[in-house]
Design a protein around this ligand. Structure first.
Ligand code: FAD
Ligand code: AMP
Length: 481
């Protein structure tokens, strides 16, 4: 029997499940097939993000931050808590529960929106057909007018440091450690590397990150990245730049890592080593060749501006098509694709995709850095304001960081906003909204911000662009009245 659907989505992560939900809302008969299996053997929707990415990492970042604060920050508020003890088993149980609650939510949303959700593997068979195989071996073939590939990504493996799931682990393994390693090595000081490094360092691991590039977060405005590195170093993270790992060998008791820095070979030993060198598209056994779906030289599914692949009736969204490998980018693409298939004129604005590093302080940005804006030929004017000049930040005892606005000197249009400080993961959305509406810095200057709030620093940064900041020093001379 081959049941016919309007749309079949392969993959139930942030790319797939919103595609399915939006398609069903728009009246399409929808099937979503997802193959995720957790390490405890359970199956759940939500993909990498909910099960082994965004959500569990944020759960651990929150718990480890509270542990750190109870030890180091409560006293200044006049709170004594005695000896602060770590119950890692409980912390990990909470992390699992948070993931399961979120993925259970997707299952409920499927039911509420009349999406048929199936756990198992989906395969392109060509001619509008999808083969389905459940994890216990049940097989079926379905047909659909539209098929969407949302199979996501997996961690990049390094041949020189093969993951053995014991001494050498990937980001998923790093979320599920049952003990705090005494010494922890991480290859890669990208977003995932520094977030995982922060978690385990706060919980007591002596943490070293080896990064091949010469500098920190090259995609972030360097004034912000510099402050981020200063704070992470102060917290005890040892980040070695220009340190290219040559090989890693797991022994019974530890891992020996050989790396090259400044032309010299060095050797270092760790209890555990996390390989966090990026993610690559996942299309294994998907049947792209059978269905005529072309991949690019890096393995990403090739699509046009409407997410259409080289095969008639087959589309793709999320990590598997490349670009920013972020959950919200995948969600937007999925929703937009479903609407386009329904005949609507939706589109994703890739100029305003926000990015966040959930360290403490958080780092967040949207749009161009000063360096990128200049390289793109803009004459820029910038303004920045420190959280040290913000009353709410002082009340929170969280004054590290700043917000920097980069504007076009001729049009005053905001080109980018880069920030570091408390809750900038939330504040960055104000910048995205401003840029989405094509705001100038003057528009932001004229927008009233509640007092006392962290968002006043965004307002002040906009005022500083014209030398009008009230609560902080102006680097620019005031514009003539
Ligand atoms: P995925 O989430 O990978 O989902 C793909 C799904 O498809 C999976 O469930 C997979 O099992 C399934 N699948 C694959 N092949 C098949 C098949 N043939 N049949 C059926 N199912 C299949 N992003 C953020 O925006 N914010 C963050 O804070 C953040 N933190 C992260 C932290 C970590 C540690 C990691 C690893 C990633 C993080 N990300 C974060 C990235 C984010 O997880 C991804 O960008 C996002 O999950 C991409 O969604 P996706 O649906 O394209 O792919
Ligand atoms: P991201 O792609 O943001 O997850 O970051 C991964 C980081 O890993 C990049 O900054 C790479 O430069 C770094 N990286 C990749 N391979 C190596 C290596 N062999 N040694 C050290 N760093 C590496």
């Amino acid at each position: 029997m081959s049941e016919n659907y309007d749309i079949i989505v392969i993959g139930g992560g942030p790319g797939g499940y919103p595609t399915a939900i939006r398609a069903a809302q728009l009246g399409m008969k929808t099937l979503c097939i997802d193959s995720w299996i957790n390490t405890d053997g359970t199956q759940s929707f939500g993909g990498t993000c909910l099960n082994a990415g965004c959500i569990p990492s944020k759960a651990l970042l929150e718990s480890s931050e509270l542990y750190h604060r109870a030890q180091h920050e409560f006293a200044v508020h006049g709170i004594g808590v005695g000896e602060v003890k770590l119950d890692l088993k409980k912390m990990q149980e909470r992390r699992t529960a948070v993931s399961k609650a979120n993925s259970g939510g997707v299952k409920m949303l499927f039911q509420g929106n009349k999406v048929t959700g199936l756990f198992g593997f989906g395969k392109l068979l060509g001619g509008g057909k999808v083969g389905y195989k459940s994890h216990d071996g049940k097989e079926e073939t379905f047909t659909a007018k539209h098929i969407v590939i949302a199979t996501g990504s997996e961690p990049v493996n390094l041949k020189i440091a093969p993951v053995d799931k014991d001494r050498i682990i990937d980001s998923w393994g790093a979320l599920e450690l049952a003990e705090v390693p005494e010494t922890l090595g991480i290859i890669g000081a990208g977003v995932i590397g520094v977030e995982l490094g922060s978690v385990w360092s706060r919980l007591g691991a002596k943490t070293t990150i080896l990064e091949a590039l010469p500098g920190f977060l090259p995609m972030v405005d360097q004034a912000i990245a510099k402050e981020g590195l200063k704070q992470l170093t102060k917290q005890g993270l040892d980040i070695k730049f220009g340190a290219k790992v040559l090989n890693a060998k797991a022994g019974k008791k530890d891992v020996t890592v050989e790396y090259e820095q400044d032309g010299k070979k060095e050797t270092i030993k760790f209890d555990k080593l996390i390989v966090a060198v990026g993610r690559r598209p996942f299309t294994k056994d998907l049947g792209c060749d059978v269905a005529g779906v072309q991949l690019d030289e890096r393995g990403f599914v090739k699509t046009d501006a409407h997410y259409k692949t080289s095969a008639e009736g087959i589309y793709a969204v999320g990590d598997v098509i490349g670009g920013a490998m972020l959950a919200h980018k995948a969600i937007e693409e999925g929703v937009v694709l479903a609407e386009q298939l329904h005949g609507e004129k939706s589109e994703v604005n890739y100029r305003t995709v926000p990015s966040v590093v959930y360290t403490n302080p958080e780092i967040a940005w949207a749009g161009m850095s000063e360096e990128q804006a200049k390289a793109a030929g803009h004459e820029v004017k910038t303004g920045s304001s420190p959280f040290a000049a913000n009353g709410r930040a002082r009340a929170m005892e969280s004054i590290v960081g700043m917000i920097k606005i980069i504007s076009d000197a001729k049009t005053d249009r905001v080109l980018g906003v880069h920030m570091i400080g408390p809750y900038v993961s939330e504040l960055v959305t104000e910048a995205v909204t401003a840029m989405e509406y094509g705001a100038t810095t003057e528009d932001i200057q004229l927008t009233m911000h509640a007092h006392p709030t962290l968002s006043e620093t965004f307002h002040e940064a906009a005022l500083a662009v014209d030398g009008h900041a009230i609560h902080s020093a102006n680097k620019r001379k005031p514009a003539a009245a």
